[in-house]
Design a protein around this ligand. Structure first.
Ligand code: ADP
Ligand code: MG
Length: 624
């Protein structure tokens, strides 16, 4: 069109589109789920605005918050329409092509190393999946604050935008028209689309309709064209030998039929989904499979891995809410990236079934950002701005309860994992459950999210002890397996007061440490802490129950009474004195007779509040 304005896609977006177009990825179905998810997001947005301003919805059909799918078999067009918020001209330019999202390049990179296109939604570029099945796409959109526009592109590096003067006015919302590729004909089959909506969009909270054909019986005048004179006998003879006609013959004895029934194809909107929210249902009536599917739709992760755990509960009291929390099977690609700056909350907040936001930091502490789920509260007010809501006092109560439930849920992964049970009682407890599935689950959790638990210990003093229970590590005696503080304590030697640990870059190096010589000889167990974050962790984790932590490379190590200590100290007094004076005092505080070594003659020990050698190493690495 002459009046169309032309734009070039941002370079990364262009690369992404090339990858999609040339992809041999077999599961092209995913485009529908991405489009429906976008439609649902747009509907959530307008519904949210309507809470404070009813006018935005308009009247009649415009106010119907639904999603409509239509097929045009002849022209090979599949279209998906929503009455969501719509896009202004500027939105179209920015959202669909010129501003690359942070996930764009990450996704492009991932695709180049045998990535899974299925994850496209997680990276925030789901829209472009339309080019898996279409070679030409039109996006017609009407936002309340702008005219109706058409965005179009053949994915050839450019797109065009025109004011829409030829299509039917949308009122408000967006219609995406996919001009299907030759080989994508299956997406013109109603049954295929019905299946896909069932499979992928079960948990969309707006009705999804398909303009579906239907065979209906219509009454037409009996043999209109044959019997020009309306002769009754000829009508009877034409409907000869099937049952129904026999019946009509019988009836006809009293009341001769003037009409007959024929099949005709008509079209009507067929509702494809059940919009009852899963979190409102009784947990007892929701199956494991339903939770699993719900998780996948929330996480936009459509692999076949089940979530590691979930918790579905109703909180009562001052603040009422329902919530579903999930522990994902895998950490997202950017979980710990810019941990302290970026908001990566994954919890959706609803107020009385209305979606409010998925960007509320106030619901969970940062260290639990790996959890997925939602909260729906009846207590929070509906008709206030997001900002006001963010400051609502109830959020604190909700947060507190969510943390509690989240930590319980995580502890349960361990409790139900047969690999975790060391003592016989516990083993018997878990052995009668479906433990094959639960086996090794906690180790899996720990590998994916252990760092989050450590960050929690650092940040959340209120729940520090609860979180410390969830800690896992290897020790001098754990035989390469993970163990817990409780297990460590149960194995402590009689008379042992402290929990011993050592920090370093890796286990191999620590195993050879002279600091362990004597401890090992005497049969004490020592924890290996080899993650850089462990140094910080141990600055916050001072004790666990009645036990204190002791870094074995630091001052203060006590291994029971040594009867000869005093005597030795005396006899080597001159040597230690000389040695101390021989070393510069800014490097060494003191030189002492030690009982911590067995074979090594001497060792450098860190003072109680000084940085361990490992911490020095970490700090140096950071400043370089
Ligand atoms: P995401 O949904 O993760 O943001 P997408 O690539 O799916 O990423 O969509 C890009 C953006 O395009 C959306 O964030 C939204 O702003 C806009 N968009 C896409 N579809 C619609 C729609 N049906 N209605 C309104 N805006 C839409
Ligand atoms: Mg999307």
């Amino acid at each position: 069109r002459n009046t169309a304005e032309k734009f070039e896609f941002q370079a990364e977006v262009s690369r992404l589109m090339d990858i999609i177009i040339n992809s041999l990825y077999s599961n092209k179905d995913i485009f529908l789920r991405e489009l429906i998810s976008n439609a649902s997001d747009a509907l959530d947005k307008i519904r949210f605005l309507s809470l404070t301003d009813k006018e935005v919805l308009g009247e009649g059909d415009n106010a119907k918050l639904d999603i409509q799918i239509k097929l045009d078999k002849e022209k090979k067009i599949l279209s998906i329409r929503d009455r969501g918020i719509g896009m202004t001209k500027e939105d179209l330019i920015k959202n669909l092509g010129t501003i690359a999202k942070s996930g764009t390049s990450a996704f492009v990179e991932k695709m180049q190393t045998s990535g899974d296109l299925n994850l496209i939604g997680q990276f925030g570029v789901g829209f472009y999946s339309v080019y898996l099945i279409a070679d030409y796409v039109e996006v017609i959109s009407k936002h309340n604050e702008d005219k109706q526009y058409v965005w179009e592109s053949k994915a050839d590096g450019a797109f065009a935008i025109s004011e829409d003067t030829w299509n039917e006015p949308l009122g408000r919302g967006t219609e995406i028209r996919l001009h299907l590729r030759e080989e994508a004909g299956e997406y013109l089959e109603e049954s295929k689309l019905k299946d896909l909506v069932k499979k992928y969009s079960e948990f969309i909270n707006f009705p999804i309709y398909l303009w579906a054909s239907k065979e209906v019986d219509v009454e037409v005048p009996a043999d209109e064209d044959e019997s020009s004179d309306g002769d009754e006998t000829s009508a009877e003879s034409s409907s000869s030998d099937d049952e129904e006609s026999e019946k009509s013959e019988d009836e006809g004895a009293e009341d001769k039929p003037k009409t007959k029934t024929i099949k005709e194809t008509t079209y009507e909107w067929e509702l494809l989904n059940d919009v009852k929210a899963i979190w409102l249902r009784n947990p007892k009536e929701v199956t494991e499979e339903e939770y699993s599917k719900f998780y996948h739709s929330l996480a936009k992760d459509f692999g076949d891995e089940k979530p590691l755990a979930w918790s579905h509960f109703t909180a009562e009291g001052d603040v009422e809410f329902k919530a579903v929390l999930f522990v994902p099977p895998k950490a997202p690609h950017d979980l710990y990236e810019s941990y302290y700056n970026a908001n990566k909350a994954n919890l959706k907040l609803y107020v009385r079934r209305v979606f409010i936001s998925d960007e509320f930091d106030e619901l969970l502490p940062k260290y639990l950002n790996f959890l997925m789920g939602l909260v729906d509260s009846d207590t929070l007010p509906l008709n206030v701005s997001r900002e006001m809501l963010q400051q609502h006092s109830s959020l604190k109560t909700i947060k507190k309860k969510l943390i509690r439930k989240a930590l319980d849920m995580i502890r349960k992964i361990a409790d139900e994992d047969p690999d975790e049970a060391n003592d016989k009682d516990k083993k018997a407890d878990v052995e009668n459950s479906s433990d094959d599935e639960k086996k090794g689950q906690y180790a899996k959790f720990w590998n994916e999210f252990g760092k989050s638990i450590k960050l929690g210990i650092i940040e959340d003093s209120v729940n520090r002890n609860r979180l410390a229970k969830l800690l896992r590590f290897e020790t001098t005696k754990s035989d390469g397996k993970l163990t817990s503080l409780d297990q460590y304590i149960s194995r402590m030697k009689s008379g042992q007061k402290d929990i011993f640990y050592i920090t370093g870059p890796n286990k191999e190096q620590l195993e050879k440490s002279p600091f362990l010589e004597r401890l090992k000889k005497k049969g004490y167990e020592v924890i290996y802490f080899t993650d850089p974050v462990d140094e910080y962790l141990m600055q916050y984790l001072m004790d666990y129950g009645d036990q204190k932590f002791q870094n074995v490379s630091k001052e203060g190590l006590k291994l029971g009474k040594d009867s000869k200590a005093k005597e030795l100290k005396e006899s080597f007094k001159d040597l230690t004195k000389w040695w101390k004076s021989a070393l510069a005092s800014e490097n060494v505080d003191d030189v002492r007779i030690s009982s911590r070594l067995a074979d090594t003659p001497c060792v450098v020990v860190t003072s109680k509040f000084g940085w361990s050698a490992n911490m020095e190493r970490i700090m140096q690495a950071q400043t370089l």
